[in-house]
Design a protein around this ligand. Structure first.
Ligand code: KG4
Ligand code: ZN
Length: 346
């Protein structure tokens, strides 16, 4: 395998992401420029079941992985020979889903004689911020809020992370999905709650904002979820009609207050003035607006990716993969899916 070490040459990464219910492939140039970003969303298939069915996700990934990769290369106007390395999400995520991407990445890289770079899904989400903010460089503090994770991560350098806070129970996106189901909005809940909340009064119902005294940077959303379910039950028992838009808006505001307050407080304490958000929940329109206002008030610079780079995609994996690649990280043909992979672990 010949690798040319010329720093002036463009580096093009083919990236693959199959950790949950999006089959995605992308080509990224020099870690910051997206040449193609193909996403096949399985949402429609899973909606009928009210959530992601792992076996169906794996089967759909197998069906779509090759066409999605072909489309990513052809939209970038490149062939496999033009690619410098193949990056792939190897965890965390659904094991069967991850395996499809990892196996395909290994096959392609091996056949084409290209290096293989395994990428952590959450490190990918964080790296999505580099795509549209060419000036963004570590260190910065990033709030990662997705369906499976809620973390406050200090990005000390490219590929160097310290977890400052984490959820003790449900992830923020999980709370959105569960509340959406309870008020009859269906799956996926986040975007539906986001939309309905615009018609509601966010001050109509007071839901709890959890704070863990001995760990102020950690999150807890299960109490909030229970409070919403209790409220709905009580309304039903009393025969009171529920204003769903008010529930959506008040619930969403409770999540936003917690996410915003924790992020700002941690940044102030650490003494960092650059904050970013990432993950599916970062696509939430009110969170983006309110985080921006809070950052301005605290004289911090706020970075956030476009919604398409917040939810699962392969471009973010290509960015994170690029920074690993230029550091010299290479994985062997024994690379395996690691469903509970920790941040910064190799
Ligand atoms: O990052 P992501 O696509 O997948 C994971 O890595 O989990 O995040 C998906 C999560 C889901 O829980 C979804 O409901 C939530 O992100 N989400 C949103 C919005 N769009 C997606 N939550 C709130 N508001 C949104 N607009
Ligand atoms: Zn994700």
């Amino acid at each position: 395998m010949e690798e040319v070490n010329d720093e002036t040459r463009d580096i093009k990464i083919l990236a693959i992401e199959t950790s949950c219910d999006e089959t995605a492939a992308a080509v990224v140039k020099n870690g910051r420029e997206v040449l193609s970003n193909i996403i096949y969303s399985q949402i429609k298939v899973h909606t009928v079941f009210g959530g992601v069915v792992p076996e169906i996700a794996s089967r759909k990934h197998m069906e779509k992985i090759n066409p999605v990769i072909d489309a990513a290369l052809s939209e970038a106007g490149l062939s496999l020979e033009d690619i410098d390395a193949v990056a792939v999400t190897y965890g965390p995520g659904l094991v069967g889903a991850l395996l499809v991407g990892v196996a395909q990445a290994k096959a392609i890289a091996y056949a084409a004689g290209k290096p293989l770079v395994g990428v952590h899904h959450i490190e990918g989400h964080i790296s999505a911020n580099y795509i549209e903010h060419k000036d963004l460089e570590p260190p910065f503090l990033c709030l990662v809020a997705s369906g499976g994770h809620s973390h406050l991560v200090l990005v000390e350098d490219y590929g160097k992370y310290e977890i400052i806070g984490r959820t003790r129970d449900d992830a923020a996106g999980e709370a959105f999905d569960k509340v959406a189901r309870a008020i009859g909005l269906g799956y996926p809940g986040g975007p539906k709650v986001d939309k309905l909340a615009r018609e509601g009064d966010r001050f109509a119902i007071t839901f709890p904002r959890a704070r863990i005294a001995e760990a102020p940077d950690d999150f807890s959303f299960s109490g909030l979820k229970s409070a919403v379910l209790n409220y709905l039950n009580q309304c039903q028992m009393k025969g009171v009609e529920v204003n769903k838009a008010d529930v959506a808006a008040s619930f969403q505001q409770a999540v936003i207050d917690v996410l915003t307050d924790h992020t700002i407080a941690a940044a102030r304490r650490i003494g960092i003035d650059k904050i970013a958000i990432a993950g599916g929940v970062a696509a939430n329109s009110s969170l983006r607006r309110q985080m921006k206002e809070a950052a301005q008030k605290n004289r911090m610079t706020f970075y956030y990716p476009s919604p398409i780079y917040c939810t699962d995609n392969a471009a973010m994996i290509g960015v994170a993969g690029y920074y690993e690649y230029i550091k010299g990280v290479r994985d062997g043909w024994d690379l395996n899916a690691v469903p509970n992979l920790k941040i910064g672990e190799r």
